[in-house]
Design a protein around this ligand. Structure first.
Ligand code: TXA
Ligand code: MG
Length: 353
């Protein structure tokens, strides 16, 4: 998918994240102003020293990411929040409650920032997204680097997020010198992003912590939807298409018949469950068609398992060389909300052109 000019691209090394020497080498790269890809419990991140604007510029360069989209700053320990967030926001009882209950974990808190965080990290916004990842390799790396690490997901802009070291190499090989391998990401979808600055409480992105769990601790969250006037200012990363696999993707209910666009079209099915697969296969069989490749998100349709499998399954369908991916919708509760958010955005990629 992503072709690199063969000559200039430096080699990308993959080293085990549980090797202290590899973590030390990665930390030295971060301190020296370079980039390292590393595992988190959600997806792999492409990290740089958050306090070094030139290093952070390298992230935007390697991803091909627009500068208006702010980065999350990763902390080794929940206790570091007060160093980087505005003092008032850091002691906001809602923030204190969420951090106590859900950090380390897949929750990003958007709070007013301290001046020492460079503007390039926050795309000029007065707020910063902060999180402590729940992955021993990520935390060891940040601690060894001795600086907070700014990191987006380690994919080319707009493409599928990586949940394995091999996914990172496929998209960013030659653009990052070192990938720490921490195995497959446990959660599989990105962190939930919540704005809690200056008295607001808004869900900016559904993710690895179900919105219900957050609302149980801080009360109802405002929903920032794409069309809303404030959306671009509050949640710049939300605009438009994202998470796109190579082939076009559409979300189609299990009961609907899928019609090939032409004879021999290779259609890949992302089934929500074994039951969904059976239903789709039966309907297809009656029409004399079959799927070129099939992935099942979770046999019983469990939302946590679905989230963990989502990007893996999409990478697999992409690699199977299908012409089109048809994805079955999943129920929108718990992590199902994050799964549907990613599927809809992946579908937008082609719908919007
Ligand atoms: O799980 C994750 O969050 C992963 C891992 C690596 O930590 N990171 C990740 O980063 O998904 P990225 O850059 O792909 O997505 C970050 C999202 C974007 O939608 C961005 O717009 C939003 O967080 N964000 C970051 N800082 C923000 C801020 N100050 N205000 C509003 N949105 C912010
Ligand atoms: Mg991303």
């Amino acid at each position: 998918m992503t072709r690199e000019p063969a000559a200039a691209a430096p080699a990308t090394r993959v080293r085990p994240g549980d090797d202290p020497a590899a973590v030390a080498a990665a930390a030295a790269i971060i301190r020296g102003g370079g980039l390292v890809a590393f595992p988190t419990e959600t997806v792999y991140g492409l990290g740089a020293n958050a306090l070094d604007p030139v290093a952070v510029a390298g992230i935007f360069e390697a991803k091909g990411r627009p500068r208006f989209d702010p980065l999350i700053v990763h902390l080794a320990d929940p206790g570091e929040l007060a160093r980087w967030a505005d003092p008032d926001d850091a002691v906001d009882p809602r923030v204190v409650r969420l951090v106590a209950a859900l950090w380390p974990g897949p929750l990003t808190l958007v709070l007013r920032k301290r001046p020492l965080i460079p503007g390039i990290v926050t795309a000029g916004l007065p707020t910063v997204g902060l999180r402590t990842p729940d992955h021993p390799v990520a935390r060891a790396l940040i601690a060894a680097a001795g600086v907070p690490i700014a990191a987006p997901s380690a994919n080319r802009f707009g493409r599928l997020s990586p949940t394995r070291a091999a996914h990172v190499v496929r998209q960013l090989g030659g653009r990052v010198g070192l990938v720490l391998d921490g195995g497959p990401s446990r959660v599989g979808v990105e962190s939930t992003v919540v704005l809690l600055a200056a008295g607001r409480a808004a869900l900016l992105r559904p993710g690895g912590v179900p919105a219900e769990a957050i609302e149980a601790l801080v009360g109802p969250l405002e929903l920032i939807s794409d069309g809303q006037a404030e959306a671009a200012a509050l949640a710049p990363g939300r605009s438009g298409a994202h998470y796109a696999p190579g082939p076009p993707l559409e979300v189609v209910p299990a009961g609907r018949r899928i019609v090939p666009a032409h004879r021999g079209e290779r259609i890949g099915l992302l089934a929500a469950s074994d039951a969904g697969l059976e239903r789709a296969a039966r309907i297809a069989g009656r029409a004399g068609m079959s799927f070129a490749a099939v992935e099942v998100l979770a046999p019983g349709g469990d939302p946590v398992r679905s989230a963990a499998r989502l990007f893996d399954a999409l990478h697999a369908l992409d690699e199977a060389g299908v012409d089109r991916i048809v994805a079955q919708p999943v129920p929108e509760h718990g992590l199902g909300r994050a799964v549907m958010d990613r599927l809809r955005r992946a579908a937008l990629d082609r719908a919007e052109g």
